[in-house]
Ligand binder design. Structure first.
Ligand code: FAD
Length: 288
């Protein structure tokens, strides 16, 4: 039996210590042969150089296929296009194209303001990228609806615009109830969108951060989740075991419904994602 296809998301490190721990995680996760690994882009392009450096090093120093996240925030079209051209020249052919959020966004409202000469949304960015090079383009999908959207149908219309512009994969915001993803998948299929819809899986490492971030991005945290972590604040050994089994339960429930690809928000840690992938049957090889 072979396991599901997987991909991993990292964020660009801010300090030399974080950098060392990222590369330890990359080396560990490389053996799981992900389809691709992606690197996020900070609010307002604040990580532009670090994202670029991380993606480029993944391309030159590992056998992995990197994808660079790119957003519309705080930059003109020309500036965003220039970043994309640099990626194309460096042999990076996969972009995760996103609108992004304003810095300091408040819960329930992302507060995005387009740059006067910038791309106004992810669909426009996808179209712009396709004019630059024949990138493979993944985009975000929001199974519970994006906080800025009038309805889930409006959000699915928006996903359709991104697909029409050239996106070929959608990666979802994280969620904890498999029914949320499955209902969304049905509605996306009913809309006639025929692209892989890959669930984004977040192994929970910090409950407080999760609650804060979920209020911002519109993800529901079910009551049972904090309950499973209750009383474990001072138990760093048990918390990851609980996090692993929650993620495995979610993936297994999705697999029973035919899902065979997962995107893991690794938060630059290898331990949880490695354990989850192993239990799911992803075979580990010696890194190249
Ligand atoms: P869009 O697809 O542009 O949509 C945003 C909202 O605007 C939706 O409600 C949509 O319905 C609405 N909308 C768009 N166009 C129109 C229109 N023409 N008319 C009416 N309504 C419209 N953020 C980062 O800053 N950096 C990252 O690296 C990053 N990586 C991410 C990776 C994944 C897998 C996911 C799921 C999210 C990521 N994000 C990242 C967060 C993302 O930037 C936010 O969720 C953002 O608020 C929306 O981005 P989007 O690409 O979905 O926007």
């Amino acid at each position: 039996m072979s396991g599901p296809q997987v991909s991993f998301e990292f964020f660009p490190p801010r300090t030399p210590e974080m950098e060392a721990s990222l590369w330890r995680a990359v080396r560990r996760l490389e053996g799981l042969a992900p389809r691709f690994v992606s690197v996020t882009y900070g609010a307002g392009g604040s990580t532009r150089a670090r994202t670029h450096a991380t993606v480029t090093r993944l391309r030159t120093d590992t056998g992995l296929t990197p994808a660079a996240h790119l957003t519309c925030v705080g930059a003109s079209r020309d500036e965003v296009d220039a970043v994309a051209r640099t990626y194309a020249a460096a042999g990076i052919h996969h972009i995760v194209a996103l609108r992004g959020d304003a810095d300091g966004a408040v819960p329930g409202k992302a507060g995005f303001e387009p740059h006067p000469g910038g791309y106004r949304n992810a669909a426009e960015l996808v179209a712009g990228l396709k004019r630059i090079a024949d990138f493979e383009i993944s985009v975000a999908a929001h199974p519970e609806g994006h906080p800025d959207s009038a309805s889930l149908d409006a959000d699915i219309d928006n996903l359709a615009r991104k697909v029409e512009a050239g996106a070929t994969r959608a990666i979802t915001q994280y969620f904890f109830d498999p029914a949320i993803f499955l209902r969304f998948r049905d509605r996306v299929a009913a809309r006639g969108l025929n692209i892989p819809l890959v669930p984004g899986v977040l192994p929970v490492t910090n409950l407080k951060t999760l609650l804060k971030f979920s209020a911002l991005c519109g993800a529901t945290v079910p009551d049972w989740l904090p309950q499973r972590f209750a009383g474990l604040d001072d138990d760093p050994e048990v918390r990851p075991l609980v996090a692993t089994s929650i993620a495995v339960e979610l993936c297994r429930a999705l697999e029973r419904e035919g899902v065979n690809e997962f995107h893991f928000y690794t938060l630059n840690r290898a331990d949880l994602t490695t354990a989850i992938c192993r239990v799911l049957g992803v075979t580990e090889h010696a890194p190249s």
